[in-house]
Design a protein around this ligand. Structure first.
Ligand code: ADP
Ligand code: MG
Length: 379
């Protein structure tokens, strides 16, 4: 592993061309780097700003070879690049964060086991690989969530089971998910959800952003607000840093947590900048994307502090576009004091698809959140 920092105008590569890739590319470009994006869709959001677009599948060896040839380092903007592709790339270029972090984050069995083995609190869970595993577990009294081990996101690949569900309901749910490996989680009451964005450098220098509070609706993030100053804040940061260090992580990492009956539980790890950190684009000295560029290039973290007292963000989903015209009245969004509208330039406003987000800064979190009410999915 090269210890010398990668400086502009080197080319940085990213697997995946969604909005997270787009912000990475923009941050890199603003620092003077060249960028390359590999995505099957040549019109993906990140492609517009990239110097090189490789339209190829994530497992296409020719596309990967081209990316490796061009780039001093490659990262990914989503948690599911094929493990074989990361290994392939690692033979001829740097891959940051490393394949190990992706392997853990992209499989809920490995993720939950990793956390539990390090003594980090999680919800009660059981690994279900085959039918007999499911037959052995007794349905949790509080209800349960069955989640596919791989490829789930934004609440996809999950089935919720109400309290009092029976053994055969569990089997039916597992079959409805395709009888693939799963994790069965106990459903816990949520006092709130919070997340921590951690940057960890090649030399284990760490920066953490102020803790963010998140509201999910139907498994998709609706709003994020920062700073969260509740009593779990310090422990949340400590958990985030421990996870980054234990993974030998190089890059920006998002850690989702639950506060349940006053206990802090780690929910999941995203090996990349995270939707709940989008507010850093408008309200922090260094955005999470610029920070990720610094990390993958082997630099030390830059200051993560907020530049305003409070900030709130709402995700704008395609559903808004399906409603009457006022639902996505961009002018009204822009008119609000302290607001900033971000659109990702996607053509097709499908329901549940993230089309953009809106940020508002204010003197306190509740004022910022109130300003976003017209666009929230739950008030
Ligand atoms: P995804 O990968 O789709 O984000 P998550 O595990 O984060 O999957 O689940 C999405 C959301 O569903 C969470 O943010 C939370 O609101 C809710 N949720 C998930 N697991 C549990 C659980 N065990 N108990 C209560 N709520 C949960
Ligand atoms: Mg999640």
């Amino acid at each position: 592993m090269s210890a010398r920092p990668i400086d502009p105008p080197a080319t940085l590569g990213v697997l995946g061309g969604g909005q997270l890739g787009m912000y990475f590319v923009q941050a890199a470009r603003d620092m003077g780097y060249r960028t390359a994006v590999l995505d099957p869709d040549p019109n993906a959001p990140a492609s517009r700003d990239a110097d090189l677009v490789i339209a190829a599948g994530f497992d296409d060896p020719h596309g990967l070879d081209r990316l490796a040839q061009e780039c001093a380092v490659v990262t990914a903007e989503f948690e599911n690049p094929p493990a074989t592709s990361l290994v392939h790339l690692s033979r001829s270029t740097l891959v940051r964060p490393g394949a190990h972090a992706f392997a853990i984050a992209q499989d809920r069995r490995a993720e939950k086991t990793f956390l539990a083995e390090r003594g980090l609190p999680t919800v009660g869970f059981a690994v279900v690989n085959v039918r007999e595993d499911m037959e052995r577990v007794s349905p949790p009294e509080s209800g349960a969530i069955l989640k596919t081990a791989r490829l789930g996101y934004d609440g996809k690949g999950q089935i919720r089971l109400a309290p009092g569900c029976r053994a055969h309901d569990l089997i039916d749910a597992w079959q409805a998910l395709g009888a693939v490996p799963c994790v069965l989680e106990e459903m816990v009451p949520l006092d709130r959800e919070i997340s921590v964005i951690v940057a960890n450098s090649l030399h284990n220098e760490t920066a953490t952003y102020p803790v963010t509070e998140n509201v999910h609706v139907d498994g998709i993030l609706d709003t994020s607000t920062a700073p969260y100053t509740g009593p779990e804040q310090r422990l949340a940061v400590e958990f985030g840093v421990r996870i980054a260090r234990d993974l030998d992580y190089v890059g920006v990492l998002g850690v989702e947590m639950f506060v349940s009956n006053g206990r802090l539980l780690v929910n999941e790890i995203a090996p990349r900048p995270h939707n709940s950190g989008h507010w850093t684009l408008d309200a922090a000295r260094t955005s999470q994307f610029a920070q990720h560029v610094l990390m993958v290039c082997g630099h030390a973290p830059a200051p993560p502090e907020m530049t305003v007292p409070s900030v709130a963000m709402v995700n704008l989903l395609g559903d808004l576009w399906q409603k009457d015209g006022s639902a996505h009245d961009f002018a009204a969004m822009e008119r609000m004091s302290g607001s900033r509208l971000h659109l990702y330039g996607k053509d097709d406003p499908l329901p549940r698809r993230k089309m953009g987000h809106l940020t508002v800064t204010a003197d306190d979190v509740s004022t910022a959140l109130l300003a976003l009410s017209p666009w929230r999915r739950r008030q």
